[in-house]
Design a protein around this ligand. Structure first.
Ligand code: DOR
Ligand code: ZN
Length: 335
């Protein structure tokens, strides 16, 4: 059994910087045609110069691969129209983090006061810059995303022409919100389609499955599967592959992030095949994203074959999901 995907896109990716960027970029750039690159570096990517310089460092690290890094800017409430106009052509989206909610998000937003956010969000809406959001409150960890839905609704209603992407959704509440507002969209990871909190903490603690938002309940996973497997036109694949060095994960004080980039497509094919939904995978992994973002990716054809692949125990010091285990599909060719 073989399957060929055209121009797979990863609409939420952490490529990091410096040595980590050099070490892990190829895991994405070999098999994906492009990716939305997250801006949560230290310091966050928040000026035109930083976007340009970061993109150059990414291009330097990817060698001959055909790959477009779709750049993002770290949202700050004081961005004004003039600044956004000058940066428009350099970025594909702007990423909003609630302050302190996850890795390197200290400079994010607190309070979510619509009037305070209005100048920046109205300008983004007029300039057709999508807003990508890490949607979690600082409430009880299992409720953070569901609590954030009321903030999504407030923003979606106040800025009806602004495209709002609910990033890495993990709950049935976020899935339900998709159809209530025309301007709400979502990315879904492969790990949230495969695991629940039980896999993270039900037995011995699994640091390599720990991420933000944390994996939720079986009924949440079912709701995610329903829209992903149907390739609901408002959802797209975004891995949220978030590498950390082994010592930062296997540590007292485990960093959040699951590294899936090298096995994401293989796992997606296995999952969609299991649910008899292979016909919808192309839309979930590329076509929907092209529609939503209005991007035209580089041609890249990726062929997967049903041949067991033993997942390496680490990639240059980063431990992937399912390290050392066998998965059903392998990459046969990417060109
Ligand atoms: O698990 C996560 N890791 N969630 C995020 O939102 C950030 C990411 C990271 O940058 O490590
Ligand atoms: Zn992320």
């Amino acid at each position: 059994m073989e399957l060929t995907l055209q121009a797979p896109l990863d609409m939420h990716l952490h490529l990091r910087d410096t040595e980590m960027l050099e070490n892990i970029a190829q895991a994405s750039t070999h098999t994906f045609s492009g990716a939305i690159v997250m801006p949560n570096l230290v310091p966050p990517v928040s000026s035109k110069e930083e976007v340009i310089a970061y993109k150059e460092r990414i291009m330097d690290s990817i060698g001959n691969e055909n790959f477009i890094p779709y750049m993002t800017l770290f949202f700050k409430p004081d961005y004004d129209r003039v600044f956004l106009e000058t940066i428009r052509e350099k970025i594909t989206a702007i990423k909003l983090y609630p302050a302190g909610i996850t890795t390197n998000s200290e400079g994010g937003v607190s309070g979510f006061d619509v009037e305070e956010l209005r100048p920046a969000l109205e300008a983004m809406s007029d300039l057709n810059i999508p807003l990508c959001v890490h949607g979690e409150t600082n409430g009880f960890v299992m409720d953070r995303e569901a609590e954030f839905v009321s903030i999504y609704e407030k923003l979606a209603a106040a800025f009806p022409k602004l495209k709002i992407i609910m990033e890495h959704i993990t709950t049935k509440e976020s899935v339900a919100a998709l159809d209530r507002f025309e301007n709400l969209y979502a990315t879904i990871t492969i790990h949230h389609l495969l695991i629940t909190l039980d896999d993270v903490a039900g037995g011995m603690l699994q640091p390599h499955l720990f991420c933000k938002p944390i994996a939720k309940r079986p009924e949440d996973k079912e709701a995610l599967l329903k829209v992903a497997l149907a390739a609901h036109p408002k959802v797209m694949f975004g891995s949220d592959s978030a590498p950390h060095p082994r010592h930062a994960k296997e540590n007292c004080g485990c960093a959040a992030g699951v590294f899936t980039a090298p096995i994401a497509l293989q796992l997606l094919v296995e999952l969609f095949e299991k649910h008899h939904a292979l016909d919808n995978l192309q839309a979930f992994v590329s076509d929907n994203a092209q529609q939503i973002y209005g991007v035209t990716p580089l041609n890249k054809t990726v062929t997967l074959e049903k041949k067991p692949f033993k997942v390496p125990t680490d990639y240059n010091g980063v431990v992937p999901m399912y390290a050392g285990e066998e998965i059903a599909y392998s990459i046969k060719e990417a060109k």
